[in-house]
Design a protein around this ligand. Structure first.
Ligand code: AMP
Length: 361
């Protein structure tokens, strides 16, 4: 038997960005008390709840105090330092667990896990030096992509290698830390799927969506994706395998490359994010239960909600100055605008998003 949290329970969220903010709102909507822990004084999530602690993740004492004051702990980003988190696991359940974080924080561990879960992915090799890079290229071939094992996101910490000349000094160019070399995937589309697994092991996946990027940052997520039904089903099977093998509890974002041809597409998993995901924001207005509530339900031991899509929807990220067009979006009756309350619209900064609903399915 597992513990079901009743409304009124206190949910601890590590991280105070927009994902933490939207998790906090979703938790409040179904009667929980969200409690945020984040180091940045102007965290958007602080605006959504009066309960927060503004402290460093490495502050073991304060983190333990936080853990003692809540009934479950979750997180909104995958680079939470493992050691302080593992230390509070004895105080309070952490969902998703530390294993999911450890897997997603290290590209090599992640790829080894995915390969063991029998999920298709690009060929890869571990690379710990320039010599090992040269050897790995012999196996993988050109073109290939060299990626740092840790702290890579939005295209940072990676290098595409197309010819032997580009090999020279490539390892040092990425900072000299351990890396993974993977084959370059000639994809025609990038997609993602948001999946949830409850405490009882039930899995519910949303429909796979089509993503577009600008300067390596997600720009739009579109549904329907235009991909054939059997590929959408296949993505759900891969999600089942990943979530159950990790004994996962909560919402996960799984990113795919789609290669082959539109008529005969082939899915390869790129990476997993053990948290709610930007490409899942469409669910706020395109499904009955969105990814944020679904995550809160999962970590609280509630049954998962219905994630079926009820409308066609395009999610548009408002990045940097885009947010200044809010009046245009607010004026369209088919658009729903979500703003994060960040003060400064710096280039590349995610300020909000708009869910543009077109026609009912
Ligand atoms: P990542 O940080 O691994 O999600 O990569 C960021 C972006 O780089 C992806 O969205 C792709 O557009 C591109 N990319 C990463 N890995 C590969 C690959 N193996 N083949 C082709 N493009 C890639």
């Amino acid at each position: 038997m597992f513990d079901v949290l009743a409304p009124g329970a206190r949910l601890g969220i590590l991280g105070g960005g927009q994902l933490g903010a939207m998790l906090a709102s979703a938790a409040s909507e179904i009667g929980f008390k969200p409690y945020i822990y984040a180091p940045e004084a102007n965290s958007p999530a602080f605006q959504r709840t009066g309960r927060f602690m503004c402290e460093a993740y490495e502050n073991a004492e304060r983190l333990a105090e936080f853990a003692r004051s809540v009934d479950v702990v979750t997180y909104e980003f995958e680079n939470v330092p493992i050691d302080p988190l593992a230390a509070i696991e004895t105080i309070v359940p952490i969902r998703p667990g530390v294993r999911a974080l450890e897997t997603a924080q290290d590209r090599l561990v992640e790829k080894q896990f995915l390969a063991a879960a029998a999920v298709p992915l690009a060929a890869f090799e571990s690379v710990g030096s320039q010599d090992e890079l040269v050897a790995a290229v012999q196996t993988i071939g050109f073109p290939c992509v060299l990626k740092t094992r840790r702290f890579g996101y939005d295209g940072k910490g990676q290098l595409i290698l197309r010819s032997p000349e580009q090999l020279e000094g490539a390892f040092d160019q990425l900072g000299g830390g351990t890396c993974v070399l993977e084959s370059f995937v000639p994809f025609f589309a990038e997609t993602s799927l948001i999946a949830a697994r409850g405490l009882d092991g039930t899995i519910s996946s949303y429909e796979m969506a089509l993503n577009s990027h600008e300067s390596h940052i997600l720009k739009t997520t579109e549904l329907p994706s235009g991909l054939p039904a059997q590929i959408l089903d296949q993505a759900k099977l891969f999600a089942n395998s990943i979530l159950s093998k990790l004994d996962y509890v909560g919402v996960m974002g799984i990113e795919f490359f789609v290669s082959g041809t539109p008529e005969e597409p082939e899915l390869l998993v790129n990476e997993i994010a053990p948290r709610v995901h930007n490409s899942g924001h469409w669910t706020q207005d395109g499904a009955l239960v969105d990814q944020f509530e679904q995550h809160i339900r999962a970590i609280s031991g509630w049954p998962l909600g219905d994630g079926s899509r009820h409308s066609d929807v395009t999610m548009l990220n408002l990045i940097g100055d885009d947010v200044h067009n809010w009046q245009v979006y607010a004026a369209n009756p088919n658009f729903r605008i979500h703003l994060y309350g960040k003060e400064e619209a710096r280039p590349g900064r995610k300020m909000g998003h708009v869910n543009c609903l077109t026609k009912p399915v």
